[in-house]
Design a protein. Structure first.
Length: 241
């Protein structure tokens, strides 16, 4: 009789356990399905459409860029002044004589300093030739000054390949409206512009330069210095008393 009661209790306990675990298993299965469904319906195109890397938003590119300098000329000047010579000499540091682009000297017409600007432009031309610019690559042009009462500058310009990026200052959206915690549109633009301005030769971004020839004599000196035992200063020499 006792054995029958014991079996009945065991059967009742197992049935109660099944009754408890059955809804719990169903709940866990439903949660798993919902999680998988959320992963399966993620819109990867929408999420990845907006780049969040400043190097992607503001890439450094190599493109042709106009190099321009406006040299002021007073109506009483006769020829090129010292300050104009210094400014023009520094401006020509960016001129690639191997590419030899055309240098344009634009002289104002109808301004109060028209005669002085013409004399200065002639000196600018001679100065360009003395700095290695070929005569055939110098072009003289003119532009109409807005008024006869002003002293218009003489413009010197040429084109060159430069590393550059897009202009900064884009603020299309509110900085506080950023629930996704992403970079704002102008983030990293000034850094990329400053980095591009420091690159002397834009070709360095395309590939490395050719190695220079080995200086065997200098290499021997360096190796000999490396092989010598280190010398200790006199203050560190051990003295036995």
């Amino acid at each position: 009789m006792n054995s029958i009661a014991l079996k009945t209790n065991i059967v009742d306990a197992s049935l109660s356990d099944h009754k408890i675990w059955r809804p719990l298993a169903a709940l866990l299965a439903a949660m798993s399905v919902s999680l998988l469904a959320g992963c399966a319906h993620r819109d990867s195109i929408t999420v990845g459409a907006v780049p969040d890397d400043y190097r992607t938003n503001h890439p450094i590119v190599i493109a042709e860029q106009a190099q321009v300098i406006d040299l002021p000329v007073a109506s009483g000047d006769r020829g090129m002044t010292h300050s104009q010579r210094v400014s023009l000499d520094g401006f020509l540091d960016g001129y690639d004589r191997s590419a030899s682009p055309v240098v344009t000297i634009t002289v104002p017409v109808g301004s109060g300093n028209e005669l002085a600007a013409g004399d200065a432009a002639a000196d600018f031309r001679r100065f360009l030739r003395s700095r290695g610019v070929r005569e055939s690559r110098i072009m003289m042009t003119s532009y109409q000054a807005p008024s006869v009462d002003i002293s218009a500058p003489v413009r010197v310009a040429f084109t060159a390949m430069r590393a550059q990026t897009n202009k900064c200052g884009r603020w299309p959206d509110d900085l506080l409206d950023n629930a996704e915690n992403k970079h704002y549109a102008d983030f990293g633009c000034s850094y990329q512009n400053n980095l591009a301005a420091q690159i002397a030769d834009p070709a360095d971004l395309i590939g490395p330069r050719k190695l220079s020839e080995v200086d065997a004599e200098k290499r021997g000196v360096v190796i000999d210095e490396y092989r010598k035992p280190p010398t200790r200063p006199a203050s560190e020499v051990d003295i036995d008393f």
